[in-house]
Design a protein around this ligand. Sequence first.
Ligand code: FAD
Ligand code: SIN
Length: 535
Amino acid sequence: MVQSDFLVIGSGAAGLSFALSVAEYGSVTIVTKKESIESNTNYAQGGIAVATSAEDSIESHIHDTLAAGAGLCDENVVRTIITEGPARLDELRRRGARFTENAPGQLDLGKEGGHSFNRIVHSKDSTGREVERALMEETQAHRNIRVLEHHFAIDLITEHHLLTAHRADDRITCFGAYVFDEHDGRVEPHLARVTMLATGGTGHVYLHTTNPSVATGDGLAMAYRARALFRHLEFMQFHPTALFHERGNSFLISEAVRGEGALLRSIEGERFMTRYDKRAELSPRDIVARAIDDEMKKSGSRHVWLDATGLGSDFLESRFPMIYQRCLSYGIDMAKEFVPIVPAAHYMCGGVQTDLDGQSSIVGLLACGEVACTGLHGANRLASNSLLEAIVVSNRAAKNAIRIFENISCLECVPEWDHSGTSDPQEEILISHNRDELQRLMTNYVGIVRSRARLKRAERRSRLLFEETEEFYRKSILSVSLCELRNLIAVAYMIIKSAKMRTESRGLHYMSDYPEPYENALDDVVLQRSSFANR
Ligand code: FAD
Ligand code: SIN
């Protein structure tokens, strides 16, 4: 059994920033499922949206965020996060993150869709790598923080594992998590006064995603099984421009490339975005992704083109060195030829419902970053607002944790993980078959364009996958791939259920049966597992 004051699940921007902010007050254990830098954070390209320039303003950033969110942002949350952004950016720089400058002390600011001004602070096109590097270096040097790599959190520990009665007020409490150590195959309880869920996104619930392989929605599924409250899960953001290439594995071509003037062209080479929105290539992402989807359906093509040839090779090489080199490695010279692109699953706007201090509906459980839903993004996230949210809310959550942790006592012991009745699976290949089937059904029926018939079909088929996988899970010796499959199925179920409840089109959720927003549908779709026993 491992005991700490603070257990952090995940080592991206949210988890690391939180850990560094609480580490002076108590012991911190970070568990992370692969190498510590492996996270969505590490692949962030465009940057961090912060209003810092003289012509820009906090009010303008708030306005753009609310406009992208299509009526579902929480205005107080938007205002607070955007207002606190500059201070958190300064803190990140003090922690050693270096951002691109166009003169000493003067940040170079990029532009992305939906932003009225250039306000994206970046490290060329590898912003996330720089943020992760700086935070990880400080984390590793901290005497109070221990990082355990290849440690996969399986489930949150709540009363229902202890088989004790609920608290009088019937609120669920989290005492830590059961964690699978991949080195020795053991499952150990990690107990803590406060648990921070910072497990990131869930792009792999779809066939094509910009997310790295760790993004399998584990935190969402764990919190669902623990009966946390969720909201906005119907809003999955598809990034318009992922590379279409058999070896490219949905590699992202940053929106900042369009911010610098690149254009979108149909398979025949015609510029089409001006027909869809006056903001053209820099319209919010939901509009651009749907326009591309529409062009592909009309022409029967498997991709459209991104034309960056007007930017010139010198500029592309210096502003987007990583993207330029990566395209070259696939035989595409962006300076001379169009890049084939398709939309791909990119960011989950919904998540574990929290307040501005990361507090979930479960006592002792905080959540922050992509796994959480504060209400900043509403029905569609404005580009580069997620790293901003991660650094601001993790700081507030740390203050919250420091306030509450001394009044929460750590459990002394919990039951060992129950392995009884499990054996080596006879046909491990069934895991990848079911995963592939799930990703296809989510892509076909719960993608950029949805309908009642599609969602119904998705629900029916995912139910069968759920039943098969649960049976497999009960009988099999634990493996990461099996846990991930189980989690992806839970997340798919939550997305489908939330999507079915929203009978309108709004932001990223487009229903062909209800193509317009419905004025009275501004309420959140809030989801909670109805009991520990059922789906
Ligand atoms: P992550 O950074 O994803 O970290 C999650 C951590 O949890 C990882 O360490 C993971 O291994 C760990 N984990 C997950 N499950 C488990 C488990 N079961 N047990 C233990 N550990 C677990 N946003 C912007 O604002 N600006 C951008 O320019 C930008 N560009 C992007 C480009 C790409 C290609 C992608 C994929 C995303 C981009 N985003 C961008 C989104 C942004 O990067 C993420 O939303 C943000 O980094 C999420 O941070 P996080 O700390 O919440 O999660
Ligand atoms: C990008 O660089 O296009 C990604 C930015 C984001 O997802 O916020």
